[in-house]
Design a protein around this ligand. Structure first.
Ligand code: CP
Length: 306
């Protein structure tokens, strides 16, 4: 079995079988990284460059750890300390890195479509680690993997995505992954932070957070991305917290026990109160743990296609 794609540029390029294969492969890697000896020689002699043109904690470290667990050689690039600062283009930067015999590139970039653009102008395997407000495919894969781990097959299950959808790359990738698996999806957040195109995707929108939470099996809560907002999308953080924030009182008032997820970083006290983020209903750190196994699976499978 192999993936239907040579790059991971977005969930939109994957099919249901690809997802299944990634999850089955991640199961094997998850078992391996929980052994005392976590390293396997699977990607020995493969060199991978992590090119991060935007800040990251989880994704960058998760990819690097995944690569090291697979015995790949790793080089890390940070735009702020590079010749990008001297005006070098993205294609020139990447072609220079590839000239040093790099086999695979993990790219985070603030521009929508940066990975697709690079795939047309360079000859290497590219993994999109987040392109602007567009897609973050490995986050959606680890999110789905974590949902399956908690509630089983997500076909027919009710999944809620709450928060700043407009500025989120996690939202679109999650929606596409959930649709491929036949989940029921609802969106909740301020009207100003829900893009109009979502209704074209056949998604239901609910503005009442309590109704939305009572409907769902899993709530994936997204961050308010203040750094991407050039105007005010809602009157105040206090109002956001009141209308869309989740606290312990809200959680305890629900008819059932739901699973809570967040891709991080969390604005504690805004999307989630600390007692909710750290509660036994939160699987946020499980998402981070699963990210390593899922990224190992993605890199292993893409390397097979070379
Ligand atoms: N979830 C996520 O992409 O986090 P980072 O920005 O820290 O990588």
């Amino acid at each position: 079995m192999s993936l239907s794609v040579d790059n991971l540029l977005g969930i939109k390029y994957l099919n249901q079988k690809d997802l299944q294969l990634i999850f089955e492969t991640a199961d094997k890697f998850k078992e391996i990284i929980n052994r005392p000896i976590k390293k396997v020689p699977t990607l020995r002699d493969i060199t991978i460059a992590n090119l991060f043109f935007e800040n990251s904690t989880r994704t960058k470290l998760s990819f690097e750890l995944a690569q090291k667990r697979l015995s790949a050689d790793v080089v890390n690039f940070s735009a702020s300390q590079s010749s990008v600062k001297k005006g070098e283009t993205l294609v020139d930067t990447v072609n220079n890195i590839l000239a040093m015999k790099v086999d695979m590139v993990v790219l985070r970039h603030s521009s929508v479509g940066a990975g697709v653009f690079l795939s047309k102008h360079t000859k290497t395997t590219i993994i999109n680690a987040g392109d602007g407000t567009h897609e973050h495919p490995t986050q959606a894969l680890l999110d789905s993997y974590t949902m399956i781990e908690n509630i089983g097959d997500i076909g027919g299950k009710n999944i809620l995505i709450v928060g700043d959808i407009t500025h989120s790359r996690v939202a679109l990738s999650n929606i596409l992954a959930l649709k491929l698996q036949g989940a029921n999806i609802k969106i909740c957040g301020p009207n100003t932070l829900i893009p109009k195109y979502l209704t074209n995707l056949g998604l239901e929108i609910e503005f009442d957070i309590k109704k939305a939470l009572n409907w769902c099996d899993v709530a994936n809560v997204l961050r308010v991305q203040n750094e991407r907002m050039d105007v005010n999308y809602f009157p105040s953080i206090r109002e956001y917290r009141k209308l869309f924030g989740i606290d312990k009182e809200m959680l305890n008032s629900l008819d059932k026990k739901i699973v809570l997820m967040h891709p991080g970083p969390i604005n504690r006290g805004v999307e989630l109160t600390s007692d909710v983020a750290d509660s036994d209903q939160s699987v946020i750190l499980n998402q981070v743990e699963n990210g390593v196994a899922v990224r190992m699976a993605v890199m292993y499978l893409l390397a097979q296609n070379k």
